[in-house]
Design a binder for this molecule. Structure first.
Ligand code: PMP
Length: 404
């Protein structure tokens, strides 16, 4: 079979992620891994889920738990989320919430909803590679969004027209971003709003790590800043994507979108067409565990991850040679390292796996334009303190040898 003959052009843009290929290697027990940005399974609220699943499958409830359900999502979970979002400065109701199968599905739907081939999406460089992966299928052009640069709307717009489309939306990983660990400051969020207003474009606010702040002051979500300007979520162009993956359990695949109700209405049509609804049982379990344990569970996560972040930053200060710099995240799971100019993160990984048995993610895949060769992403979420000490010691020594 000549598959090329039958493939759609969009398949040309869909490539295996470097991270996914790498994760296959990490089953080897002697590897110290700072690679996958995933929760520590030792911290999953297992007993709470056992209770919640047991309750959902009890006589009288099991019929609903195992049955088809509505595309919008399980109503008690949407009610909990409407309150949760209100608590974040985003007053809204259930009509502003759609449950998705992870926030990754929301990114796919938003790409499908807005991007035509040749349209422009504005992204930070670097940005979450899974978002680029989701959007790529709809054949966008990427332009760089750097809130510190002073490019006006006219300039973005002219470039998009040259590329054969218009600017459809700006995508931002806002808090403790994947991959840099950095948080977009309030003033920069306001500037993105100004720009989107001037362009008539949407904003996709990816808040996957929002709950994992260890220190510093919380920055209001872009959607909250926009509601403060415009009075109601119904007037807003920002589409907020949330997730239970980093707080409760990624394997259950439950995330949400919070936006103006006409946007939710369109996404419901897409959800109907794509998978009808997210798992009823998983939504019920998440609703129960969130209602009973969300705040206390997340407080526990923050304590553990904060200690790991502190440990990693201390190890980096101790072990890294001069010429290497890194971010100091206020939460989340990632530290982003800039290597000396000319050093290549992917080559460093190959050598590190071979001689040091230390894994991390080379930075280039997070840049839509293929730049960023001299960067790497380290995750501190799964490594214990001894592994952090030893892994960073080995990595520092390797980089020092590479510098020569
Ligand atoms: N956004 C960001 C920034 C992420 O890091 C991730 C997971 N790595 C996702 C979205 C997707 O997460 P999920 O689909 O599990 O909610």
């Amino acid at each position: 079979m000549q598959w090329e003959q039958v493939l759609a052009p969009r398949m040309g843009r869909m490539k295996a992620s470097e991270i996914r290929e790498l994760l296959k290697l990490l089953d080897q027990p002697d590897i110290i891994s700072f690679a996958g940005g995933i929760p520590d399974p030792a911290l999953f609220p297992v007993a709470a889920f056992q209770d919640a699943l047991g309750a959902a499958l009890a006589p009288g409830k099991a019929d609903a738990a195992l049955q088809y359900s509505v595309s919008e999502g399980y109503l008690p979970l949407r009610q909990w989320l409407a309150e949760h979002m209100t608590g974040l400065g985003i007053p809204c109701g259930v009509d502003n919430i759609l449950i998705t199968s992870g926030s990754q599905q929301a990114l796919d739907y938003l790409g499908k909803m807005m991007i035509g081939a040749g349209d422009t999406v504005l992204v930070n460089a670097p940005t979450y590679m899974g978002a680029l992966g989701a959007f790529n299928a709809y054949e966008p052009v990427y332009d760089r969004l750097d809130p510190r640069e002073n490019r006006g709307a006219a300039e973005y717009s002219a470039k998009a027209v040259d590329a054969g489309g218009t600017v459809k939306f700006a995508y931002l990983s806002v808090d403790f971003a994947n991959p840099t660990g950095e948080t977009i400051a309030r003033a920069e969020r306001e500037k993105v709003l100004d720009l989107a207003d001037a362009l008539g474009a949407a904003i996709v606010e990816d808040a996957a790590y929002q709950a994992l702040r260890f220190d510093g002051e919380a920055v209001p979500p872009i959607l909250a800043l926009e509601i403060a300007r415009k009075g109601s979520i119904e007037e807003c162009r920002t589409i907020y994507c949330g997730s239970f993956s980093k707080t409760l359990a990624p394997g259950l695949r439950v995330g949400w979108v919070c936006a103006a109700s006409p946007v939710i209405g369109r996404l419901v049509l897409m959800k109907q067409a794509a998978d009808l609804h997210s798992s009823t049982l998983n939504q019920m379990a998440i609703a129960e565990v969130a209602a009973r344990h969300f705040e206390s569970h997340v407080a526990g996560l923050r304590t553990v991850y904060k200690a790991r972040r502190d440990h990693m930053l201390a190890a980096l200060s101790r072990e890294m040679p001069s010429g290497v710099s890194w971010t100091r995240p206020e939460g989340g799971m990632f530290v982003w390292i800039t290597l000396p100019e000319g050093m290549d993160g992917a080559e460093l990984l190959a050598r590190s796996l071979e001689t040091e048995r230390v894994a991390f993610v080379p930075g280039r895949a997070f840049f839509a334009d293929g730049s960023g060769g001299n960067t790497i992403r380290l995750s501190f979420s799964r490594a214990d303190q001894a592994a952090i000490d030893e892994g960073i010691r080995r990595l520092g020594a390797l980089i020092a040898r590479e510098i020569g």
